[in-house]
Design a protein around this ligand. Structure first.
Ligand SMILES: O=C(O)CCCC[C@@H]1SC[C@@H]2NC(=O)N[C@@H]21
Length: 182
């Protein structure tokens, strides 16, 4: 891995940290906060691709694991990971990986609708698939309740997907960082 790759990984991990400065917004009745950090997951996967994107978010997760206050509201540490929102944090690098793999595969045909579909899959559905069952277990609530209380995140997540997709398509045009596959 070249030093440019390492710099890009560090940059996108830093973007995740900056996105964590947004104040913690707790939606009524929800067991997790609204977070702008899923936008960072989308940007990392769709702009850096699978390997560098997932590594950037993994680096961010390491910062959380060792206890740095990089989650919204200045939270971090194993107590967060073991709590109701830990599954989402663990899912962040997996979401970036899925986005990166699909973005690379469809790179030649990449456009806004494709970006939105990929980013919704990796930046919302993958996070829900891991985060919501984890939330049900950690918060001792039924899976049904975890799902219904999480529906409130959908509008905000769709906005983040569209914003991230517009950025990804613009970066692809101006300064593509993902090499086209043969
Ligand atoms: O900071 C944390 O402890 C993790 C928060 C996870 C919040 C999830 S991610 C998917 C969904 N969209 C949001 O804005 N919030 C939830």
């Amino acid at each position: 891995m070249r030093s440019r790759d390492l710099a890009q990984i560090a940059l996108f991990a830093a973007i995740m940290v900056v996105l964590g400065f947004f104040p913690l917004i707790q939606l009524p009745g929800a067991f997790a906060p609204f977070t702008s950090q899923t936008l960072g997951v989308i940007l990392a996967g769709s702009i850096l691709g699978a390997k560098r994107g997932a590594l950037a978010i993994l680096l961010f997760d390491v910062l959380v694991f060792v206890g740095l206050p990089v989650l919204p509201g200045g939270r971090g540490g194993l107590s967060v990971i073991m709590g109701p929102t830990g599954g989402f944090v663990i899912a962040y690098p997996i979401g970036a990986l899925v986005i990166g793999l699909l973005t690379e595969r469809l790179w030649r045909h990449y456009n806004l609708p494709i970006a939105i579909a990929i980013n919704f899959l990796g930046g919302a559905l993958v996070l829900y698939a891991i985060g919501i069952p984890w939330m049900a277990t950690a918060a001792h609530i039924s899976l049904g309740k975890a799902i219904t209380t999480s529906v409130a995140f959908l509008p905000g997540d769709v906005v983040k997907v569209v914003v991230g997709s517009l950025a990804a398509v613009a970066v692809r045009k101006a300064y593509p960082l993902i090499p086209a596959r043969a």
